[in-house]
Design a protein around this ligand. Structure first.
Ligand code: R5P
Length: 273
């Protein structure tokens, strides 16, 4: 791996654990101002110091992230369709690699829609983006999107989508957790990070998902809604970090979460007094 590529990968994946806790805040590119992302600047600011990388579009990067920030940026560069359409797979590259380089990002990310109506276009876009990324020393993350077909989140489908992405040259893959997730990881020769998907009923369920993913061999998380739609986003992020970087059990991570909540409540009382 050339220096620029290697340096960018190392900035996102922590040296000791080899893992990464990326915070995904790119949902607005097809969902609009979804719950708790209405004011992205306010959502992002408290999370930024605890994120190993931040996933955003260029619009939100310019608007909501201070340029003095040293948090690595994972730039979403695909789009072109919204939730108002039935088929979400008709995406294209919406941000050039030159703009990604100007924005000094650590990596670029795009959704790939394996098995969807626009599968061919999607995989060709991925290949072209990888060619451009390799030329600039910028790693490409493939996101194995399922669109509205949530039932596609099974090991057989995800293993295929991750493997195809890696074969085309993606330096890392983001996918969804599923039963038998180890099978997905096993078949993918590049690091996998796990998305959270829609907000789960409890923080515990999200911690269990993270724990399951790490146990199965994932190199971390690229999680959004289960962090910033939680009532305690920073505490949740710290609890997730304990799983990803310190191999904490779910019980230990819950202790981190509760400890952080208690600490926040104490400092809030002190401010109000
Ligand atoms: C979709 O908008 C993006 O790929 C998200 O970055 C990804 O789904 C991770 O976010 P969440 O954990 O909310 O699913």
């Amino acid at each position: 791996m050339e220096w620029g590529m290697a340096n960018r990968m190392h900035r996102m994946f922590q040296p000791v654990s080899g893992n990464s806790v990326m915070v995904a805040v790119d949902h607005g590119y097809f969902m609009g101002p979804t719950r708790r992302l209405e004011n992205t600047r306010a959502t992002i600011a408290p999370l930024l110091p605890y994120a190993d990388a931040l996933g955003v579009t260029r619009g939100i990067l310019r608007h909501a992230v201070d340029p003095t920030s040293t948090t690595p940026i994972l730039l979403r560069v695909s789009g072109g369709v919204t939730v108002l359409k039935e088929d979400l797979s008709h995406e294209a590259i919406t941000t050039s690699i030159e703009d990604a380089a100007r924005l000094n990002v650590c990596a670029v990310a795009m959704s790939v829609f394996v098995g969807a109506q626009y599968e061919h276009e999607s995989l060709v876009h991925l290949s072209n983006l990888i060619d451009a990324g390799e030329e600039h020393g910028i790693p490409v993350m493939a996101i194995t999107a399922v669109g509205k077909e949530l039932e596609k989140r099974d090991a057989r489908y995800l293993a295929l989508a991750c493997r195809v992405s890696a074969e085309l040259g993606a330096r890392m893959v983001k996918t969804y957790f599923c039963e038998n997730f180890a099978k997905v990881v096993e078949g993918c020769p590049v690091p996998i990070v796990c998305a959270g998907g829609p907000k789960l009923d409890t923080d515990r369920a999200a911690l269990e998902l993270a724990h399951g993913a790490i146990e199965a061999g994932a190199h971390g998380l690229d999680m959004g809604r289960n962090i910033w739609q939680s009532d305690h986003p920073v505490a949740m992020l710290k609890a997730l970090r304990s799983i990803v970087h310190e191999k904490a059990t779910v019980r230990e991570a819950l202790e981190v979460l509760d400890g952080e909540k208690a600490r926040l409540a104490t400092s809030k009382r002190a401010v109000e007094a």
